[in-house]
Design a binder for this molecule. Structure first.
Ligand code: GDP
Ligand code: IMO
Ligand code: MG
Length: 422
């Protein structure tokens, strides 16, 4: 058996949570491999809307085991609040939610450092979710971090105190940043007991054993390819590898164990936070998309920037990830437009460019747009792809041809049921 990977191909919020939930009945194990509470994955079913941040999106399906892998960073406070919201669903978390001992902990001071760093950047700020993600991964690669396994160590408190001291010295460098750590810390220490009460394991052994036992495994990505620390629009990115390769380091599975790579994209494009966005529509059309698509962040509530689908960007993401099949989300949202545009290339200083450029942050990019006929229809009640309007089928066929990868799923609404298999 192989590990199938599901990840976002744009700037996050593509609808990964929904698709994981839809696909979970075909899997035994769902594993998050990177990111942390910066993620907000929305699931809707039976009239319930639920947002997950750290917990994998397979948690609502009976029988599936959910693993938080070593590549994830966990904030005990956010995590405990997330678990509280799961209480009404009577899920046996002790057996259904497993946590890697190698996952790193987000300390209260990491959150402060994130806020102080963003404040100091002024207009150059990344637009971070302020969840402490960057500073936590910095401590991980700087070999200073605290891991879930450390919670069980007799020297945990002294390890914590050492890192806290270091952070306070760093915070002292930010002249205009004032803070109060005490309340946050008190809550943090209460909430680490929630993590300790769950099943903390060496998940790389568990997952590789599951592979040997022919269990079906789905790795759930967070964020999106253009937010990847190496391949995204640096420095306007997150601090982990969001791409397929991140599955290997974030779960401890070898590259030879990777099976299908399922790439999730919206029928258009969104971005929340700062940074380049070549096909952005900073106008009424973008506003209409935001309204129709309810494009507001699941974690921070910030309005998402909207734009047309960008094939230069999408082809780049497909290349980096080795995508083998695609899911196109939010097709229903484009139902309001007479014409739909697709960005096919960038015009930069009079030159036509079709490869995603290195210095995208500094270039003046004019998107080269192709016009497609809109379907001008409400798709939200559709139950079969064969009943879809011809204009939608033409859009899908065109994308498959341009991208060279089959689109196997078209999503026409937020609910689990509003999913068309092709
Ligand atoms: P994720 O971070 O990739 O899991 O995506 P988010 O949950 O942050 O954002 C996707 C949003 O779109 C959520 O509010 C979903 O409920 C919603 N959604 C997902 N698929 C569809 C769809 O096909 N149509 C519509 N209208 N909404 C969708
Ligand atoms: P999901 O998993 C969309 C963005 C932030 C910011 C940048 C860095 O729901 O798709 P960070 O807090 O990671 O230091 O922020 O990345 N960002 C996301 N945007 N969806 C997400 O996750 C995101 N996680 C981080 O807005 O621009
Ligand atoms: Mg999201």
């Amino acid at each position: 058996m192989k590990v199938d990977v599901l990840l976002g191909l744009q700037w996050g919020d593509e609808g990964k949570g929904k698709v994981v939930d839809v696909l979970t009945p075909s899997y035994n194990l769902i594993a998050r491999f990177q990111g942390g509470p910066n993620a907000g994955h929305t699931l809707e079913f039976e009239g319930i809307k639920h947002v997950l941040h750290t917990v994998p999106s397979g948690i609502f399906r009976a029988d599936a085991i959910n693993v938080i892998g070593n590549g994830v960073v966990i904030d005990p406070i956010v995590f405990a609040a997330e678990l509280d919201k799961l209480t009404p669903f009577n899920i046996d978390l002790k057996s259904r939610l497993l946590i890697s001992k190698k996952a790193h902990l987000i300390l209260p001071s990491h959150r402060l450092l994130d806020a102080a760093s963003e404040q100091s950047k002024g207009s150059k700020k990344i637009g971070s979710t302020l969840k402490g993600i960057g500073p936590t991964y910095m401590d991980k690669t700087g070999r200073n971090g605290l891991r879930v396994g450390d919670l069980f160590s007799p020297s945990f408190e002294s390890k914590y105190a050492e890192l806290r001291e270091k952070h306070i010295r760093m915070l002292d460098h930010y002249a205009d940043f004032s803070y109060d750590l005490s309340d946050l810390e008190k809550e943090w220490f209460q909430k680490i007991d929630r993590i300790k009460s769950l099943t903390c394991i060496e998940s790389e052994h568990y997952i590789n054993a599951a592979l040997k036992q022919n269990k079906r495994i789905l790795a759930e990505g967070a964020q999106g390819t253009m937010l990847d620390i190496d391949f995204g629009t640096y420095p306007f990115v997150t601090s982990s590898n969001t791409v397929t390769a991140g599955t290997c380091t974030g779960l401890g599975v070898p590259p030879s164990a990777i099976g299908k790579v399922i790439g999730i994209f919206k029928a258009y494009c969104t971005r929340v936070g700062s940074g380049p966005f070549p096909s952005e529509l900073d106008n009424e059309t973008g506003e209409a998309m935001r309204k129709e698509g309810r494009e507001f962040g699941a974690t921070t509530g910030r309005p998402r920037r909207c734009g047309w689908l960008d094939l230069v960007q999408l082809k780049y993401a497909i290349m980096i990830n080795g995508v083998s099949e695609l899911c196109m989300m939010k097709a229903d949202v484009l139902g309001i437009f007479e014409d739909i545009m697709i960005c096919e290339a960038y015009e930069i200083d009079g030159q036509i460019v079709t490869e995603f450029p290195y210095d995208v942050n500094d270039l003046h990019i004019v998107p080269v747009l192709t016009k497609m006929e809109g379907w001008k229809a409400d798709l939200t009640g559709l139950t079969s792809y064969s009943d879809a309007p011809q204009a939608l089928k033409t859009y899908v066929d065109y994308l498959e041809k341009q991208l060279g990868v089959p689109i196997t799923m078209v999503s026409v609404g937020p609910d689990r049921a509003q999913t068309l298999l092709k």
